[in-house]
Write a protein that binds this ligand. Structure first.
Ligand SMILES: Cc1cc2nc3c(=O)[nH]c(=O)nc-3n(C[C@H](O)[C@H](O)[C@H](O)COP(=O)(O)OP(=O)(O)OC[C@H]3O[C@@H](n4cnc5c(N)ncnc54)[C@H](O)[C@@H]3O)c2cc1C
Length: 465
């Protein structure tokens, strides 16, 4: 039971006010009701996010319902005509044919996740932050250390410090908490030769171009463009030449590299969100030189997809102020908690974005961990038990999804052994449906596994609660 008049049973510091950190603060407060003191430390001066779209997986929307935010999230999401069984998965095309591509397949499903802008999602989370939770801005955590009494001292870039009983690293892919966690961990727990492997993020060799623009822009230029009708994946292999200097090619050399583009409608169908991948697996694991995120010209973006079908060329012509992201991930960690510290979201398992699942996984971490911390049975003297349950329940699930996401990226670029390799006309002419073709079977298998995983990890959690 909550005891709002009593002193909080312990203090939790959440490092990072991103999607995971905000969801965690909301979950703890909803179920603990003042029993736990929450401080959020955010390095920026506001709660904000990149101007881009996001898809929130169905299973994460169930959590939004539990946290009392579903109606608002649904309200800002893109609506599609409802029917019992409509092709609501993305239309997947083979597009690396300059005269025109073709439909590869389309998944048929009863219900998809929700599509929205990241800012709309973050604004809703921000509005639901409990008044009792204190957010400290301009607090970039640099490191932490354990104190003899068991509490944790937090150190920030502005030379200030704070103390807490429990520290949650929700500070994203370049997590300072993860770095200190592995650099200071008992060497008996982790192979010491792998500390840097766990502490640092890993470049996948992929670059992502992202842009958003009003749907009318494309409607005027190309009224029948397939993108205006819903989510589309344009798959293929592209030609990249020396002018795409970020791949460090010798002058005049042209290479064929895997590429694909995801596009979908956000902001209630008024904006088109474009996410375009260019991948060089030979670069995977090498250090990425330069800024991980930078503004680029539209020409660079267009050039990378010069051999793609006209629908893609028109789509890219409309892109305003594209940015380029070097796609990094976190290597699979052997553990996500130690003593009174735990990692959630991208700090723990930043993954490729092919499945559109990273934010959903951060929300799931937050929900499970938040409920465990808030539980009446959890006290400061057994907090490590609650944190260990969080690890047991969540880490392998998130890592499984990260692997599925990586595999999906290979599939979209015709690079998965045993699947369609893009050399013939694949499933053209067939009505895409569940069970069609190796690629679809693989995708559906992934989806079934996701559902099984949810059931598996929810069972012990809910029997405990
Ligand atoms: C191109 C692309 C597309 C994507 N599309 C989707 C999608 O459609 N669906 C989906 O579910 N996921 C998607 N993702 C993944 C998703 O964006 C992330 O998984 C999600 O944002 C992770 O949330 P987080 O809260 O863990 O981390 P973040 O969102 O990175 O938040 C971390 C927060 O911590 C703060 N911070 C960082 N360091 C410190 C520090 N040292 N001290 C204090 N504060 C700090 C940051 O300022 C930030 O506010 C995509 C990712 C990419 C790259």
């Amino acid at each position: 039971m909550s005891s709002s008049s009593a002193a909080p049973k312990f203090r939790v510091a959440i490092c990072g006010a991103g999607i995971g950190g905000l969801a965690l603060a909301i979950a703890i407060e909803k179920f603990a009701q003042h029993d736990v003191q929450i401080n959020v430390y955010e390095s920026r001066d506001d709660i904000t996010t990149a101007g881009a779209g996001i898809s929130i997986a169905l299973r994460a929307t169930e959590i939004m319902r539990e946290l009392g935010m579903y109606e608002e999230i649904f309200g800002v999401s893109t609506k599609f005509p409802s029917s019992d069984l409509v092709p609501s998965g993305p239309l997947v095309r083979k597009s690396d044919i300059s005269e025109g591509g073709f439909k590869w397949f389309q998944r048929i499903t009863k219900q998809e996740g929700l599509l929205m802008t990241r800012q709309d999602l973050v604004d809703i989370l921000k509005q639901h932050l409990p008044a009792s939770c204190t957010v400290h801005f301009n607090k970039h955590l640099t490191t932490y250390n354990k104190q003899p009494a068991g509490s944790i001292a937090l150190h920030f870039a502005d030379d200030s410090a704070a103390t807490t009983d429990v520290l949650i690293g929700a500070d994203g892919i370049r997590s300072s908490v993860r770095k200190t966690f592995f650099e200071t961990i008992d060497r008996g727990l982790v192979n010491s030769s792998k500390i840097a492997h766990y502490a640092n993020a890993y470049w996948t060799g992929s670059l992502i171009y992202r842009a958003m623009f009003p749907v009318e822009k494309l409607s005027k230029m190309d009224p029948n463009n397939v993108v205006s009708k819903g989510s589309v994946l344009f798959c293929g292999k592209g030609k990249v030449n020396c002018r795409n200097h970020w791949f460090y090619l010798p002058p005049n050399e042209v290479i064929i590299i895997p590429q694909h583009i995801t596009s979908y409608l956000v902001s209630q169908g008024t904006l088109i969100n474009v996410v375009a991948y260019v991948s060089d697996k030979q670069k995977a694991g090498t250090p990425f030189e330069g800024h991980w995120v930078s503004d680029v010209s539209r020409e660079e973006f267009e050039e990378a997809f010069q051999n793609f079908e006209p629908a893609v060329k028109n789509l890219l012509k409309c892109c305003e102020n594209p940015t380029r992201w070097a796609l990094h991930v976190v290597n699979e960690l052997p553990l996500s908690t130690c003593d009174r510290v735990a990692l959630i979201g991208d700090a723990c398992h930043a993954m490729t974005s092919h499945l559109g699942a990273g934010a959903g996984q951060a929300i799931e971490d937050a929900f499970v961990l938040g409920r465990l911390l808030a539980h009446p049975l959890t006290r400061l003297d057994n907090i490590h038990v609650a944190l260990k349950i969080y690890q047991d329940v969540r880490l392998s699930v998130a890592q499984f999804i990260a692997r599925e996401s990586e595999d999906l990226g290979y599939m979209y670029e015709f690079n998965t052994p045993g699947y369609y390799d893009g050399t013939d006309r694949g499933n053209e002419g067939e009505e895409g449906s569940e069970g069609d073709g190796g690629a679809i079977a693989g995708w559906l298998k992934a989806e079934r596994k996701l559902q099984e995983s949810v059931t598996l990890y929810n069972a012990p959690l809910f029997s405990l609660l």
